[in-house]
Design a protein around this ligand. Structure first.
Ligand SMILES: Cc1cc2nc3c(=O)[nH]c(=O)nc-3n(C[C@H](O)[C@H](O)[C@H](O)COP(=O)(O)O)c2cc1C
Length: 215
């Protein structure tokens, strides 16, 4: 069986400029051919010295995802504690904290995600060779109409996550990417203007597309 790479035919600009975090998923399972294609796209990403340290652990088993989801939820609230937030329940999060409210909902619903991909590396300190693969796989998912969001865990749950999934101690877990068909819509993506985030030739150098400074 060959993977059908030609199915990834959404224009790259459309995929990039409409990719936003999808944290609410329909329960529909993702066909295994699509998961395969997404992982093929992830695996084409560059890595330092072409060492290809990235590994992907794909969770589709409902029982495993349910157990992982409980640990993900615990991790999410542990991160809020570290941030000094005094929230203890989703209802405590103020309405203006939209990302946190949405992320808290994902923390509750991770257990129901149709699929989750854990992005790992076989050696420590290799995040820079894993992140490009994660972006590739999320763009491929977008092109297939599948939503995603990169998420992190917390040291508090790592031992249990490693034990649950049989991950060897020398392997580093970088990101967890839930995948599913969106409840809600994709993009347009909203970001700071590149005229603010990009410099030309030296730090602070204005790019030609920056609007003229007003006096
Ligand atoms: C390194 C990294 C870690 C992130 N961790 C989380 C997370 O733990 N939970 C979550 O819901 N979103 C997480 N996100 C998603 C960000 O919140 C999201 O990319 C950002 O808010 C922009 O959202 P948008 O693409 O919908 O505009 C993470 C993103 C990155 C790049």
């Amino acid at each position: 069986m060959d993977v059908d790479r030609a199915r990834l035919n959404m224009p790259i600009g459309e995929a990039m400029f409409t990719q936003r975090s999808i944290r609410r998923f329909r329960p529909d399972p993702i066909p295994i051919e699509d998961i395969w294609l997404i992982l093929e796209a992830g695996s084409t990403a560059p890595s330092g010295g072409k060492r290809q340290p990235a590994r992907f652990l794909v969770l589709t088993d409902r029982g495993v995802i349910r157990q992982f989801g409980a640990l993900y939820r615990e991790a999410w609230w542990a991160k809020r504690r570290d941030e000094g937030r005094n929230w203890t329940r989703r209802e405590d999060i103020p309405p203006e904290e939209r990302i946190s409210r949405s992320a808290a909902q994902l923390a509750d619903e991770m257990k129901d995600a149709p699929c989750a991909v854990l992005a790992l590396s076989v050696a420590k300190g290799q995040a820079a060779s894993v992140v490009p693969a994660v972006q590739n796989l999320m763009l491929a998912a977008r092109a297939l109409g599948i939503g995603s969001v990169p998420t992190t865990l917390h040291p508090q749950v790592m031992e249990q996550v490693y034990a649950l999934l049989g991950i060897p101690a020398e392997v580093e877990l970088h990101l967890c990417i839930p995948l599913g068909y969106p409840r809600g819509r994709f993009g347009p993506t909203q970001r700071r203007p590149t005229a603010e985030t990009t410099f030309l030739n030296h730090w602070g150098g204005t790019v030609p597309w920056a609007p003229p400074a007003s006096d």
